[in-house]
Design a protein around this ligand. Structure first.
Ligand code: SF4
Length: 208
């Protein structure tokens, strides 16, 4: 069991599968992308599985796969299949673009939770913030994920004069089966009121 110095038990592990991403969100990456590190610096598939097994043996019951964008990892399918053999709940944080490629694999692996990054509900804005044109594919994939019974959570980074005018639309959306997390872009946040700001959560269970 993993217990820290404050006697807290830790049962949740996040594994970042890659630093690569197929988007270039303005608050995350430069337009030209980042200087990628040598592959040798990253864990192989075998090492990733072994590490996960070790943590499961130590009491981890939930593993979240993240990136960069985890679904662009070449061996994502194989990795997922191996992780699915462990007695853990697996969830994914993704930008949603490649979900249509992996829906069946995710279901087969018992994945229930999908955290999908979406900073706006307006196509032009999403494409501008992400510097790519995938809005309609992401939107279709969110609809499909809901149809297939995944628990969908949207992660939205709220930015002053960019998407802060959509906060009510996200609240409205949170009444319909989708959990919406809104986090504030801290750099821009200071411009809003100059004092400590906290990420906050809009709860869909507000639905009457
Ligand atoms: S989708 Fe996530 S990892 Fe990719 S550029 Fe945007 S914020 Fe960064």
């Amino acid at each position: 069991m993993l217990i820290d110095q404050h006697a807290r038990k830790h049962t949740y592990l996040r594994i970042s599968l890659t630093e690569r991403c197929n988007l270039r969100c303005t608050y995350c990456m430069p337009e030209e992308g980042i200087q990628l590190r040598d592959k040798k610096e990253f864990m192989s598939q075998e090492e990733t599985i072994q590490l996960a097994k070790t943590f499961v043996d130590l009491g981890v019951t939930k593993i979240r796969l993240t990136g960069g964008e985890p679904l662009i990892k070449k061996n994502f399918r194989e990795l997922l299949q191996e992780l699915a053999k462990l007695p853990v709940e697996i969830s994914i944080t993704t930008n949603g673009i490649l979900l249509d490629v992996y829906f069946d694999d995710l279901k087969d692996a018992g994945v229930k939770g999908l955290n999908i990054s979406l900073d706006s509900l307006i196509e032009e804005k999403v494409n501008r913030i992400s510097r790519r044109n995938y809005f309609s594919r992401i939107q279709k994939n969110i609809d499909e994920a809901l149809k297939r019974g995944f628990n969908v959570k949207l992660n939205c980074v709220l930015m002053k004069d960019e998407n802060d005018d959509e906060i009510l639309d996200f609240i409205e959306l949170s009444k319909e089966k989708i959990l919406v997390f809104v986090s504030l872009n801290l750099c821009l946040l200071m411009e809003i009121n100059g004092i400590g700001l906290k990420p906050y959560l809009i709860n869909p269970f507000l639905k009457k």
